[in-house]
Design a protein around this ligand. Sequence first.
Ligand code: NAP
Length: 522
Amino acid sequence: MTPQGTSLIGQQAVTGDQAVIRAIDPSSGEALAPEYPGLDRQAVARACELAETAYATYRESSLEDRAAFLEAIAAEIEALGDDLITRGMAETGLPRARLEGERGRTCGQLRLFASVVRAGEWLDVRLDPALPERQPMPRVDLRQRHVALGPVAVFGASNFPLAFSVAGGDSASALAAGCPVVVKAHSAHPGTSELVGRAVQKAVADCGLPEGVFSVLFGAGREVGQALVADPHIQAVGFTGSRSGGLALQQTARNRPQPIPVYAEMSSINPVFLLPEALKARGREIAEGFVGSVNMGAGQFCTNPGLVIGVKGEALDAFLKAAGEAIQGSAAQTMLTPGIHAAYQDGVGALAGEAREIARGPVGEGPHQCQTALFAARGADFLKSEALQAEVFGAASLVIECDDLAEVKAVAEHLEGQLTATLQLDDGDLGAARTLLPVLERKAGRVLANGWPTGVEVCHAMVHGGPFPATSDSRSTSVGSAAIQRFLRPVCYQNLPQGLLPEALQDGNPLGVTRLVDGKRE
Ligand code: NAP
């Protein structure tokens, strides 16, 4: 299938008449066909109206129908075959193996949500039967379930053109919850977005669902993205991208006559704590693992380890030497977009102004290539400087040399909110780790030991979230089955006759889902 340059509003392919978007092949700097003329506000409103119409029936679609729809999307994405992979490679500079892996992750994620929908746990059914004889007051019959919030706006991420874009985690979890989705496609990979959008469009038609369940809109974020979040039919927003973009959309959502939740994943530097015994025993091995993690995907992972903290001394010096050598041997890699490359250059320039350079990788031969970089600074300087905590999106990292473990803890306490925090530890470090853990739990959505934060499993226990600025709402995750919770809200039904109750709440449990009855799980 070849991309046509159109937005997809329900089952229609729509050509916009506003400023044109064209993908750039970041490995050559060439503009790619076709052009994507942006939509106007009326077209955005039309997609949202269709989503609202679809919401009335889609939100009450049966568990089986909704699960089958998610599975159909996965099958349609797979059916795009190599056209999707080659287009993705051209638009992002990402290698084939990475995109094939990401396609597997995307389809696996959709199938995971299909199994979640079928199991029905997300309905969180609670029944408190009437107690007419209770003294001193009788209790009425109370039954609770969760319902879909309404149409959801999804902003595709640049750094995961499949797994966090048009049919990625935000869309899959919103559709699983029973929410129609209107996607603002990322301008960096429009062809990939259109192809995936067409796969979803076909799944909607084949499953006999109302067309407004899914739309994909092209246009500049300021016009189309802002109009989408401001549209009165939209009830929640999923976003992955820059801090400034996430905050701008949150502001728009707050300024609406009816404010709505924005689940924005924005900025994290993912601190790694090198505890003394581990550093002494296996500093070189840790350095190699660290540089591998920094370089993964040219550092364009939201979980990239951008900060390392240790106590100064021989062991940390040896770590810096080994990491520096590995950095010098790290080949330059093409970044996702010219804009992201320019932001990386600026970020590294800012670090160079504030910290000591340890090593840089070779300069790339092609355009928009990321030259890996490692810097170091003293703990006392980190505690004074805001600039040293800024996310540098790409393969750069900063090592903080602390005077002692007390300063390590002070650095941890000084950190902004993070997606992850990692402890490199051995048995002799458990005491130090116990001191840090309560601090790290308050700072991060995921705490790891002896691994690397890049690599986020899609499963039931995963938390890909964290306090601001990692995300705009620390109570949620954007990866894993718990992501569905973002797009649900509880409704309590008091004394409703059986015939009026939703199936999930009726006597006899016709859906066969787990229920909390009078406080006991059944
Ligand atoms: P971005 O600039 O925030 O863009 C993300 C999406 O939001 C795009 O669709 C964009 O529209 C839209 N958008 C941006 N600002 C907006 C605004 N004020 N109003 C409405 N919509 C808006 O992110 P990016 O292009 O992916 O990358 C830029 C930087 O973001 C990177 O250099 C990096 O620092 C950061 N980033 C962080 C993560 C992370 O996970 N932490 C991931 C990716 C990027 P357009 O398509 O029109 O641009």
